[in-house]
Design a protein around this ligand. Structure first.
Ligand code: C2O
Length: 551
């Protein structure tokens, strides 16, 4: 197999959007960042050099990192940050994965601008029948006119939520629905009759998005670098952290309309002042007329097939249609039985305001977030390193509660009364090598206007069940899908509901589990999974690399 080498220089770059010029953090001066293209089975080496006077790390979102947890990237979970002037080379192998993933900074809110696509080409032909004639990468993001890096500091200082972004973007471009943004519009030329593979990545920080293209349907073929049973839809829904590959055939009459609007808008925005705007771009059909004028817009009307905000029916139906391909060549490896089950709440909370402070959160309290009553705090050492060297025993990090602190009922109760009194901690779920694990995530329905996209590092999981209301440990497992459940790395847990995940815990290391809404990670909606080494040397972590950053 081939070794592919990349150089990432983290540096400032002046970028102008919405009439504001500001210095943003980038990789190699690019925004969005460079695309990594590799093949299944390749060895990958990315030398990251930090040229800015602040810490950074890079995470390869969705890459399994089999036995190479040293290269996973979340700050203080698997590594100490890369300091100013320092380099660290992330080394890993692409094992049994193919499709679209992405990479992003995993320190503070740096991922707002430090992100890019990660494409893994398959060794075998695509398992779907339509021919892919070209590709269109589509990365959704959020743009702030103000300094993104101070948002987290401000949240910690005031106990309040973050300020909302000033625009959503498609490949870094907000589009003509925002003021002063006509020139910053994503336009992609397509040819009549061709089929395109859209590689869609939601790199937005705080919003799930709907996406549609006027007059065109989309055929979903892959999610989170796992093939799905193809299905055709008018629109998709995608949570932060998730990736979705769809096929689009350019089948419209190029002479009547040349420009077709593509648009993305958030799912739920009603409770707090989130950004409820829409980003658009265009598919432009190539015609024979010679072009003398710059591209024009026939219309900036939104596609009729774009779901309205708060369209929970669409969200539910879309999620229900996602199924693993589960073919002979790509079998679904969902564990049929489990050795351990963990049921955990995922909750937003309010904490009393410390005396002599003013807190700007709801009811003059501080916002926080928790899983089973623990609001996660990152230690000042790398948990993986301390686990590996047994510097401190795992006791420090083990002992995540296996059940909610008291029997839960989160439907129709007084949410303020039910609000758990959270405690800070860094406890994680610890399992022996090879454990078949089930994790049930239960939203407590408090203060929460949208699905929580929960992401697990180092392992894919199978979403065997999901539903609204309270999880019923007697009844709900009876309707689990153990045949072709969707396999992915990030699940949107339904608002006011639950999701049951099954995992083959076969990757030794320390793996962050967190909500991929950045504000919720800041508030502590996280824990981790520690998978111990096995009896055989091949079931253990590789050695830490010599240039591994120290704290
Ligand atoms: Cu995409 Cu821990 O993150």
């Amino acid at each position: 197999s081939t070794t592919r080498r990349f150089e990432f220089n983290v540096k400032w770059k002046n970028v102008k959007r919405l009439c504001y010029t500001k210095s943003i953090l980038t990789v190699n001066g690019e925004y969005p960042g460079p695309t990594i293209i590799v093949h299944e089975g390749d060895h990958v080496q990315v030398k990251v050099t930090n040229q800015v006077a602040m810490n950074t790390t890079i995470h390869w979102h969705g890459i399994r990192q089999y036995r190479s947890g040293w290269a996973d990237g979340p700050a203080y979970i698997t590594q100490c940050p890369i300091g100013f002037g320092k380099s660290y080379t992330y080394k890993f192998t692409i094992v049994d994965q193919r499709g679209t993933l992405w990479w992003h900074a995993h320190f503070s809110w740096q991922r707002a601008t430090v992100n890019g696509a990660f494409m893994i080409y398959p060794r075998m032909p695509y398992p779907f029948s339509l021919p892919v004639q070209d590709e269109i990468p589509i990365i959704f993001g959020e743009w702030w006119n103000s300094n993104v890096m101070s948002i987290e500091d401000e949240m910690i200082l005031t106990g309040d939520g973050p300020i909302s972004s000033d625009a959503y973007t498609i490949n870094g471009l907000p589009g003509p629905l925002y003021s002063c943004s006509l020139k910053d519009t994503f336009i992609r030329t397509v040819e009549y009759g061709k089929t395109y593979l859209l590689r869609i990545i939601n790199a937005a920080l705080n919003d799930e998005l709907f996406f549609a293209v006027a007059n065109h349907s989309l055929t979903v073929v892959e999610i989170d670098a796992v093939y799905t049973k193809p299905f055709t839809t008018n629109a998709i829904m995608i949570a932060p952290g998730q990736t979705t590959n769809v096929l689009l055939t350019a089948n419209q009459n190029p002479d009547s309309t040349r420009m077709f609007v593509m648009a993305a808008r958030p799912y739920l925005t009603s409770v707090f002042p989130f950004n409820n705007s829409t980003t658009i771009g265009f598919l432009r059909y190539k015609t024979t007329e010679t072009e003398t004028k710059p591209p024009y817009y026939n219309s900036t009307k939104l596609p009729k097939n774009l779901p309205a905000m708060e369209d929970t029916n669409f969200a539910t139906n879309f999620a229900n249609q996602l199924k693993s391909l589960a073919s002979f060549q790509y079998p679904c490896k969902v564990p049929k039985k489990v050795q351990k089950q963990v049921i955990t709440t995922i909750s937003l909370n309010l904490q009393d305001c410390p005396a002599n402070e003013t807190c700007k959160g709801y009811l003059n309290k501080r916002f926080s977030a928790s899983m089973n009553n623990q609001s996660f705090i990152r230690p000042s050492i790398s948990i993986l390193e301390s686990h590996y060297k047994s510097l401190k025993s795992d006791v420090l990090f083990s002992g995540f509660p296996e059940n909610p602190p008291f029997p839960f009922n989160y439907t129709g109760v007084d949410p303020v009364k039910e609000n758990l009194n959270t405690q800070f901690g860094s406890r994680m779920i610890v399992v022996p090598y090879g454990t078949t694990l089930e994790i049930v995530l239960q939203d407590t329905n408090f203060l929460n206007p949208e699905n929580h996209p929960i992401h697990i590092h180092g392992h894919n999981f199978f979403i065997v069940g999901r539903g609204f209301g309270n999880y019923d440990p007697e009844k709900d497992p009876l309707s689990y899908n153990l045949v072709d459940p969707p396999e992915r790395n990030t699940v949107a847990v339904p608002v006011g509901g639950w999701a049951a995940l099954r995992i083959n815990a076969d990757n030794p290391g320390v793996w962050f589990i967190h909500c991929h809404l950045e504000e919720h990670t800041t508030w502590g909606l996280a824990t981790g999974l520690i998978v111990l080494g096995g009896n055989h040397p091949s079931q253990n972590l590789l050695l830490p690399p010599p240039d591994f950053p120290t704290c």
